[in-house]
Design a protein around this ligand. Sequence first.
Ligand SMILES: C[S@@+](CC[C@H](N)C(=O)[O-])C[C@H]1O[C@@H](n2cnc3c(N)ncnc32)[C@H](O)[C@@H]1O
Length: 348
Amino acid sequence: MLSKKKRTITGRKVVNSTVSIKPSKARKIIRRFHVLISKRKILCDSLGIKLFDNDEVHNLKAIKDYLKNTPFQIKNYEKGEKLDSKNEEIEKMMLRSQTIKSRDEQMLVLGYIMNEIHERGGLKDYQLASRVGQDNNRGGDSSKKLIEWLKEIDVPMDRTMTALEIGSLSSKNYISTCGIFRNVVRIDLENNGDETGVEKQDFMERPVPSKEEDKFNLISCSLVLNFVPTPSQRGDMCVRFQDFLKKDKINNGKGSFIFIVLPLPCINNSRYMNKDNFIKLMNHLGYNILKEYEAKKIIYFLFEMKNQGTKYRNNHENNEFDHKIKLYDKPGMNNFTILLREPSCKRK
Ligand SMILES: C[S@@+](CC[C@H](N)C(=O)[O-])C[C@H]1O[C@@H](n2cnc3c(N)ncnc32)[C@H](O)[C@@H]1O
């Protein structure tokens, strides 16, 4: 466990105490958590368990009751602890979750995953590790770049605009404190319980606003697309942005904005996607590039949605993004890409 509870001299608990984690350890924790939640999604989909309809911890208890005699164990990363043979076997099954057919085995692996997330501090450690990435010494809060750009393109500073921050870890990030926005709605798949002002919600399940006034002038999606498990789910997310963006122009004549941050390797070390290709895909969806900036480890983009987005859902002709195209092939490259596939894009 990385999360520590400190006490004041009078014995009062201090929550949210900062614990320092080495960036290499933070990366390890984040990678592990991404694996856990992507496998959890595969298993829940297959078992018909709706993660957001039920309290997960309650689900975990039900799964444990079902499994009664299976003692879950979790590797302690810090001590390099080894798993016992039973748990080693479950770990291997988890890594190939998509191929498990038996319901009992699916439940077993789901219990193993949820135990690690909720009972051994997996979620808390993950949130802490993600904040390390936002630490000023290590690159900082990505919304600083966003606000710098919004000032450059001369958006109104009179608190008329609204924003939706997907994958929000804190209500104290610059996007929320800069005073440009009338309202910033912050959502995240997970909520570590310490962070107020971040609603636990899957953007893909967020009801589409029916009224223009409930839509946003800006969507911030920083280091989220790389977190979405499959290329077509990433495409779905990009298509869905337009349902949440205001169609009316703001008073400098500009449309609505999408701020996207990706780890640099998604763009400069993938076999299937490079910067031009990503910008072209966004263009296809009716989002025009306004700004881009390559930092040491991440890349920032600001897009503007023009002409009410695209009629993409009804027109799949000329879609060159429905299949993977190998652009490069060198050892050590990754397979990150985004695809626009017809069935998923039809989903509202
Ligand atoms: C690596 S963190 C990035 C956090 C922060 N925005 C930043 O720039 O450092 C990615 C976050 O995206 C969230 N996320 C991924 N898919 C999401 C979805 N469909 N809806 C809401 N949040 C999502 C995850 O829960 C996770 O907390």
